[in-house]
Design a protein around this ligand. Structure first.
Ligand SMILES: Nc1ncnc2c1ncn2[C@@H]1O[C@H](COP(=O)(O)OP(=O)(O)OP(=O)(O)O)[C@@H](O)[C@H]1O
Length: 281
């Protein structure tokens, strides 16, 4: 028994281990992507069909086997069409640039605290006065395609500006406001809606949009309900509701500060280069 195991292991090289690790990682990521999406049911269905095809081959059920094999060929084309949004999401994830330091990480600690304070003050006001708001903070994934759906603002963030943007009746109060670093880049932006079926029925499109963008990117969504004033945060497709303002402040600061220190370790040279260029301006 031990001999068989040793024989087996002696044939496994370094490249095989790397190969298995890569395939394992890819399968893990794919499963993460499809969890709680339309694709989850489809993958289950496909696995059953693969099993039936396999069994029909073993038991020489020629007609069934022929139909299933041909259905698979056609099915690949159909899958690309039907699951275009999921494929796009996966490719966007793979294509996230880690080499260009995001504006998010360009803030120093003091600036991060100021930005957080401005957002928190506005969110607290929105919550107390039941003003609906949807604020998206960009991180590594560039949200240029989303920004294009709204109106460019490109102004330093402030509580007053956020208050003006979400003031009911203001032209840009509908849709999402996008924050990049310490600037409000755009407002009135249209976000992709989450397709999650597990979401509470009392959550409408504002919350669905806030979650949707975090499924497609690493952005953070801050959502204030117009109906109840409840504050929520969405990250990585997950929504945390019923947050008090202190928790929101702590969460935002933690995310900002951890990102800043991470980026300093990851790309010190680029950070230095960009900061120098900024200093020179
Ligand atoms: N795709 C979208 N992208 C950005 N914002 C959106 C999108 N769809 C809807 N919204 C915003 O959500 C608002 C509608 O909110 P709705 O009442 O349907 O959602 P809700 O989650 O129940 O929020 P609330 O608790 O504030 O009522 C719209 O007026 C608009 O501002």
């Amino acid at each position: 028994m031990i001999d068989t195991f040793n024989n087996l292991m002696s044939g496994v090289g370094f490249s095989d281990v790397i190969d298995i690790l890569i395939v394992g990682f890819v399968i893990y990521k794919i499963l993460g992507f499809i969890r709680e999406t339309r694709a989850e049911q489809l993958v289950k269905g496909l696995l059953i069909l693969v099993a039936i095809t396999f069994i029909s081959d073993i038991f020489n059920l020629y007609t069934l086997n022929w139909i299933l094999e041909n259905a698979f060929q056609l099915g690949v084309v159909a899958l690309v069409v039907v699951f275009q949004p999921e494929l796009r999401r996966a490719l966007e994830y793979v294509g996230r640039s880690k080499f260009i330091p995001p504006q998010f990480a360009q803030l120093d600690k003091e600036k991060a605290k100021l930005v957080t304070a401005a957002i928190i003050k506005a969110v607290d006001f929105f919550s107390n006065n039941k003003v609906g708001a949807l604020i998206i903070m960009e991180r590594e994934t560039a949200l240029n395609d989303i920004i294009e759906t709204g109106t460019i603002i490109d102004a330093e963030i402030s509580t007053e500006l956020l208050g003006n943007l979400f003031y009911e009746g203001a032209p840009l109060h509908d849709g999402a406001t996008i924050v990049r670093g310490d600037r409000i880049i755009a407002a009135g932006c249209v976000l992709p809606l989450t397709q999650s079926k597990t979401l509470s029925k009392d959550l409408g499109t504002r919350h669905r949009a806030g979650i949707g963008i975090t499924e497609n990117s690493d952005a953070i969504s801050l959502i204030v309900s117009e109906e109840s004033g409840i504050i929520s945060i969405a990250v990585d497709g997950k929504l945390s509701r019923f947050l008090d303002i202190k928790t929101v402040e702590k969460t935002l600061l933690n995310i900002y500060l951890s990102q800043i220190s991470e980026e300093k370790v990851k790309v010190p040279f680029l950070n230095l280069l960009f900061r120098r260029r900024k200093d020179a301006e």
